[in-house]
Ligand binder design. Sequence first.
Ligand SMILES: Nc1nc2c(ncn2[C@@H]2O[C@H](COP(=O)(O)OP(=O)(O)OP(=O)(O)O)[C@@H](O)[C@H]2O)c(=O)[nH]1
Ligand SMILES: [Mg+2]
Length: 215
Amino acid sequence: MIEYDESEKRLVLKIVYYGPALSGKTTNLLRLHDLLPKEGRGDLMVLDTKNDRTIFFDLLPLLLVAPSGLKIKLKAFTVPGQVQHDQTRKAVLQRADGIVFVADSRREEARNNLESFSNLERNMALVGLDFDRTPLVLQFNKRDLPGIVPESEIRPVWDPTGIPVALASAKEGWGVLETFRRIAGRMYDALDRRISLRDRHGLGREAFLGRLAAR
Ligand SMILES: Nc1nc2c(ncn2[C@@H]2O[C@H](COP(=O)(O)OP(=O)(O)OP(=O)(O)O)[C@@H](O)[C@H]2O)c(=O)[nH]1
Ligand SMILES: [Mg+2]
């Protein structure tokens, strides 16, 4: 549900980091803020935390300008993962153009991951997002910890679904940028089909990703 105003040459995109409590969504945005180039990167807003738990949302705004002059603002949000904040999760999820689901890779978290994923599917339906058409990337975070589900068990489950899987340790700072590039790439493809970013605005996929997520 992109916000596109052709006369104003303005496009606003929204990425939502979703997932169970404590899976590392806020940490992803903190790292992303550190890893992305200063140019075009806004300030990270980490809102209303209580003992480091998100109770509203976090927001990292990014800005880039296409050769046509189109101003693209990309807002990366996190939802609060704790079960009781479902209303807030739904509100933050509204009009998302891309979703990163951050799972906790530890085996004992499998059930929480699944419940949160079901919650995502339910809330997408409630806010009118089509699961099959919304760009989605699945991040298995906390790969630095012991007791994680190995990749050999993850791939056979998720690869057949077509949902891209990224492995990460947001704490150590790896996999975060890759995850972001993958969701941004998927969003570019969806956008290009709708508003011809390349042909009308002179913005190719690599240029889009390069300006957004160059290191
Ligand atoms: N070992 C390890 N710890 C991590 C990793 N990512 C996040 N953490 C830790 O996990 C805890 C929760 O991280 P947050 O980023 O606040 O989790 P969240 O998903 O935003 O949690 P909610 O806001 O409650 O939904 C913090 O202590 C982080 O430092 C990781 O990759 N590895
Ligand atoms: Mg958080």
